[in-house]
Design a protein around this ligand. Structure first.
Ligand code: NAD
Length: 347
């Protein structure tokens, strides 16, 4: 799918305009920093609360700061002189994390509250917020054969407890900063994102990385049975990271999307059972499936309706799932082997 001639950072900003990216020690913001650096931007400030050695990736030439952005003064420091601010920092993880740690998820409201105010006071031109499909009404997601979610489905609100409500509330901040103060904000509702340099172990990982890791573990340990959370009939769509970074850039620079939350996700729906089979195909094994019905599995089904993004941008994420998963599998396998060899790895 080709994009219309949409403005992107490269055509709107000067190469030495300062871009602040929050959450850059993590998966998506880390990739976004690299994306901007690849576009030739020379002043990028990357921030995360994790100590620098624990960042998933560090891009050479980028100013990297270890700051906890729940703190107001740290947000002022992060936004000083910034022309654009991208807030992707949040305490988050896959289903296993967001169902168990709702308070931590809710407390991310502090990050967005202080970051948007600091960006506004610093005189930034634009502010980006990473919302989530978890902001959608859960009543519409009770069937694995879901109707894809369109932007208006967030209201009447019945978001995912904890994580989803925080996203919805932060979206509202973004909309009110535009309507009351004329501060330009852009919000994307990400549907599951996956790829290299994402969390793959430790409890915060999401389904694609978790399933790849399980296949790799089974192969390595000679086990022929794999555990799937829930009955595996739950469905989701998964967006490859390169589509996500390009989408963020286009959404941020589209005037029709000021203060207008929009889906950023793949609309290719797949069950967790079928995703497992795909990971096995990539790994070249066939495993028996054991279902853990007591494990968290989230809503029954969730997909992205891409009508609106097609209409405004003439583009939607289109990397084939198998292509993205193959790259992700290869990267996780290397991490796994490196860890076994006692080397430092991501997550
Ligand atoms: P991630 O966990 O890899 O990255 C988030 C980063 O934010 C982490 O490195 C974390 O240390 C940092 N952070 C947390 N609290 C902080 C604080 N107080 N101060 C500074 N940094 C802090 O997650 P990700 O997958 O890269 O997600 C990025 C954004 O996209 C998040 O807002 C998330 O809610 C949203 N999102 C992600 C997905 C997905 O599938 N990955 C889906 C929907 C929405």
């Amino acid at each position: 799918m080709t994009a219309k001639n949409n403005p992107k950072a490269a055509s709107v900003l000067k190469k030495d305009d300062l871009i602040t990216v929050a959450g850059a020690g993590g998966f998506i913001a880390g990739a976004l920093v690299r994306y901007f650096s690849d576009q030739g931007f020379t002043r990028i400030r990357a921030i995360d609360k994790k100590p620098l050695p624990e960042w998933y990736q560090r891009t050479p030439g980028v100013e990297c700061l270890c700051l906890d952005l729940r703190n107001e003064d740290n947000c002022k420091r992060a936004c000083e002189d910034a022309v654009e601010v991208y807030n992707l920092a949040a305490d988050m993880g896959g289903m296993g994390f967001i169902e168990r740690f709702r308070i931590e998820c809710l407390r991310s409201i502090l990050i967005n509250t202080h970051m948007i105010e600091a960006a506004y006071r610093a005189g930034a031109t634009r502010f980006f917020f990473s919302s989530s499909a978890c902001a959608y009404n859960t009543d519409l997601q009770k069937d694995p054969n879901v109707r894809a979610l369109k932007e208006s489905d967030a209201y009447p609100a019945m978001a995912e407890r904890g994580y989803g409500w925080e996203k919805l509330m932060s979206e509202m901040f973004c909309q009110e900063y535009w309507s009351e103060r004329g501060f330009e904000t852009h919000t994307a509702r990400f549907h599951n994102v996956f790829g290299e340099f994402g969390t793959w172990d430790g409890g915060r990982e999401k389904a694609p990385a978790a399933l790849c890791r399980k296949v790799i573990e089974c192969k390595d340990q000679g086990i022929d049975e794999v555990v799937i959370w829930g009955d595996g009939k739950q469905t989701r769509s998964f967006m490859y990271i390169d589509d996500c970074t390009l989408g963020i850039d286009m959404i941020m620079h589209c005037d029709a999307l000021i203060a207008t939350p929009i889906n950023l996700g793949s609309d290719y729906l797949i069950s967790i059972n079928d995703l497992m089979l795909l990971a096995e195909k990539i790994g070249g094994v066939t495993l028996k499936h054991k279902h853990d019905l007591s494990a968290p599995q989230g809503v029954a089904g969730r997909n992205s309706d891409n009508t609106f993004i097609q209409q405004v941008l003439g583009w939607a994420p289109s990397t084939p799932l198998e292509d993205g998963l193959r790259k992700t599998y290869t990267w996780i396998e290397k991490q796994y082997n490196d860890r076994k060899a006692g080397k430092r790895t991501v997550s």
